[in-house]
Unconditional design. Structure first.
Length: 272
């Protein structure tokens, strides 16, 4: 299968940092964070397959192919041997990239991310749910889908944000193509991802696990990941839920910047 020609953009000078966004957004979701990081780092923000200006995953494209395409893109862009920051879906992919090519990733930041679903039956059920959701997206209206997607309890804390910030985030999501998103969901959804839980104990890449204080589900996941990852630390961002970099960007950066600079790695830090 031919590699996808992924879109990315970046700027800044210094050690390389690569950013991977979550499902239904694109690389523009990192805009505020990227501006700050570019003061110290050479930053590359990538559109995941099916998002932004990257092409949709073709039929039979799978999670492993995405990981390989992203690794190849990072190498071609000159951002190898650097840090990798991933949010949600991007975090799941970032973890897989670090396991696949640890020599290319010096430090790893996983924001509200998961190693996948450990139980095969539960993973198969989630894959079926993802496929049904993809069918609904293709058959329906993108605006209605986004309303449904953001009505999940996981995103309820976004309602606290300034109306202008919310409007920008919504416009960014609606800038995607519904058929491309549905293809991405089938190929890259949690149900299609292998479980990496058993691989965590052997992973030596320094890893920071970031969650929001109001995101109970992913806080529990991060705690278990931290217990299994030998070179990990945790940061809990105050005043934030699942999307910590959007809900409290200053708190997110207060956790991430020291970790990237290797000046403060603690078991757990709370940023306000």
């Amino acid at each position: 299968m031919a590699a996808l020609d992924l879109h990315s953009h970046g700027g800044g000078e210094g050690p390389p940092v690569t950013l991977l966004h979550g499902f239904t957004t694109h690389s523009g979701a990192w805009e505020a964070i990227q501006r700050q990081l570019e003061r110290r780092y050479r930053v590359l923000a990538i559109d995941l397959p099916g998002h932004g200006r990257s092409p949709a995953p073709p039929p039979n494209y799978d999670f492993a192919a995405c990981v390989d395409d992203l690794i190849a893109h990072v190498v071609r862009s000159g951002n190898a041997a650097g840090a990798l920051v991933g949010y949600s879906m991007g975090g799941r992919i970032a973890l897989a990239m670090s396991l696949r090519a640890p020599e290319l990733i010096t430090r790893l930041v996983l924001e509200s991310a998961s190693p996948g679903i450990e139980d095969p039956a539960a993973r198969a059920a989630r894959r079926a749910d993802d496929a049904a959701l993809a069918n609904d997206l293709e058959a329906g209206d993108l605006v209605a889908f986004m309303d449904r997607w953001q009505s999940q309890p996981l995103f309820h804390t976004l309602r606290r944000l300034d109306a202008e910030v919310l409007a920008r985030a919504r416009a960014l999501r609606l800038g995607n193509d519904k058929f491309s998103l549905s293809a991405a969901l089938r190929a890259l959804g949690t149900g299609s991802q292998p479980s990496y839980w058993n691989a965590l104990a052997d992973m030596l890449t320094p890893t920071l696990l970031v969650t929001g204080e109001w995101d109970d589900k992913f806080d529990r996941i991060a705690r278990e990941m931290h217990a299994r990852l030998p070179a990990s630390s945790r940061s809990v961002v105050a005043g934030a839920g699942h999307t910590t970099h959007l809900e409290n960007p200053d708190g997110f950066l207060a956790c991430v910047l020291p970790f990237l600079a290797d000046t403060a790695v603690t078991e757990q830090a709370v940023a306000g």
